[in-house]
Design a protein around this ligand. Structure first.
Ligand SMILES: CC(C)(COP(=O)(O)OP(=O)(O)OC[C@H]1O[C@@H](n2cnc3c(N)ncnc32)[C@H](O)[C@@H]1OP(=O)(O)O)[C@@H](O)C(=O)NCCC(=O)NCCS
Length: 184
């Protein structure tokens, strides 16, 4: 029930669960964009190719145990970033989503479309009730995604993220199944 092969979003964009060959292209994107990614993602500053392979292996294990999945964004078939579920809380029928995109693909609406598809999938295919997204208060581009999709801002999580040695406050957003259905 929790497995997925490919989500085709539109002519230019599809999502597919991370696969073995993805570590190299993903690492290429991280290396080329490290400074920008490291402003908001705790793992980016020190990420190595071995670490990226470990991410791929862990993502495949996550999917195998049906605990959600990490998807690569394929822009015209080329790896452009990642969007995925952190895990599935089956008892509470809830999940949360995280994402990053290569700088050259920013500003095209790709991530908003990808997150919309993941939210659709969480409610429509898995019957979950709640999807959350957290972003650092100052991360305007990230916050714009749940805001664009109509998520509710729930509040500020004090010093919830440790980035480059500094604790940053995060904003928590959520969407409920009934609200998502009403927006469709
Ligand atoms: C967060 C991140 C994925 C957002 O990327 P993004 O390109 O701004 O988001 P989208 O792909 O949804 O694109 C939205 C942009 O495309 C534009 N756009 C064009 N067509 C669009 C469409 N059909 N739908 C929505 N937006 C569209 C929007 O106007 C917006 O541009 P603007 O900010 O200049 O107004 C990216 O900045 C990133 O990877 N940052 C570093 C890592 C990070 O912060 N991750 C999140 C941690 S919580």
């Amino acid at each position: 029930m929790f497995r997925v092969e490919l989500l085709e979003i539109d002519r230019r964009l599809s999502l597919r669960p991370v696969a073995d060959g993805d570590a190299e292209p993903l690492y290429g994107l991280i290396e080329g964009d490290r400074e920008r990614l490291a402003r908001w993602l705790p793992w980016a500053a020190e990420q190595t190719l071995a670490g990226t392979r470990e991410f791929v292996a862990k993502s495949r294990a996550q999917q195998a145990r049906e605990d959600g999945f990490q998807a690569v964004l394929l822009r015209d078939g080329v790896v452009a970033g990642i969007a995925g579920y952190h895990c599935i809380d089956r008892l509470n029928r809830a999940t949360s989503i995280g994402y990053w995109l290569a700088a050259r693909h920013q500003g095209e609406g790709l991530m908003t479309a990808a997150v919309r598809a993941l939210v659709d999938h969480a409610f429509g295919s898995w019957g979950l009730n709640r999807v959350a997204i957290e972003a650092a208060v100052a991360n305007r581009r990230s916050r714009a995604i749940p805001e664009r999709l109509g998520f509710t801002e729930e509040g500020v999580l004090r010093e919830s993220e440790l980035i480059a040695g500094r604790f940053l406050d995060g904003v928590l957003y959520s969407m409920l199944a009934a609200e998502w259905a009403a927006r469709r």
